[in-house]
Ligand binder design. Structure first.
Ligand SMILES: Cc1cc2nc3c(=O)[nH]c(=O)nc-3n(C[C@H](O)[C@H](O)[C@H](O)COP(=O)(O)O)c2cc1C
Length: 171
């Protein structure tokens, strides 16, 4: 799939079949995230791929979004220690930026593999850390189901028009 096709085809999928992606697909997706840029190449991101049926169910409960993601066969949880990134000259911590870049690489790679995902930002972080035995120093800023959508969606639409956000030279 051409890069811009991947961009247009990435959608948030909330209803999944039980069909499992292959380990080869999972490895290629995580490898795409591994290649992402990070602050000073600190490479603080790690990934917990949850495939075990009981753990998948526990993570789903900790997400707590009722009828969404019900039969997702896998959840991928991104984790990063706050200390393994940088702070800029405004005092801004950059670990959320590193997280977002790496995780979006993962999401786009999954799209290129014809797999469905959905950024999930609303979840019980403490509970998921407990379930997956993730050390306290790590933060979870997002996770995604990985699998096959029950229904395909069209390409991305309902976005603001380009001319409303594009400023050449000055604002
Ligand atoms: C950082 C982030 C967090 C999100 N969290 C959730 C979430 O918790 N639950 C959910 O159903 N969708 C979540 N979404 C998906 C957005 O609602 C979705 O990307 C947006 O509506 C645009 O739709 P599209 O992804 O299909 O283009 C999240 C998206 C982002 C980028």
């Amino acid at each position: 799939m051409d890069f811009y096709e991947v961009i247009k085809n990435r959608r948030s999928y909330r209803f999944y079949s039980t069909k499992m992606p292959t380990d080869d697909q999972i490895e290629r997706i995580i490898d795409a995230a591994r290649l992402a840029p990070t602050w000073a190449n600190r490479q603080g991101m790690e990934y917990v791929v949850v495939k075990n049926t009981k753990l998948v169910k526990d993570v789903w409960e900790a997400i707590g979004q009722e009828n969404k993601f019900v039969d997702a066969p896998i959840f991928i949880v991104g984790i990063i220690p706050e200390s393994k990134s940088g702070v800029n000259n405004s005092g801004e911590k950059y670990y959320p930026v590193d997280f977002g870049i790496c995780f979006e690489h993962l999401i786009l790679a999954a799209t290129a593999e014809h797999l469905a995902t959905c950024w999930i930002g609303y979840f019980n972080e403490a509970k998921i850390k407990e379930i997956l035995e993730i050390p306290q120093k790590y933060r979870i800023l997002g996770l995604t189901p990985l699998g096959y959508s029950l229904k395909p969606k069209g390409q991305v639409k309902d976005r603001v028009p380009l001319e409303s956000i594009l400023h050449f030279d000055k604002f």
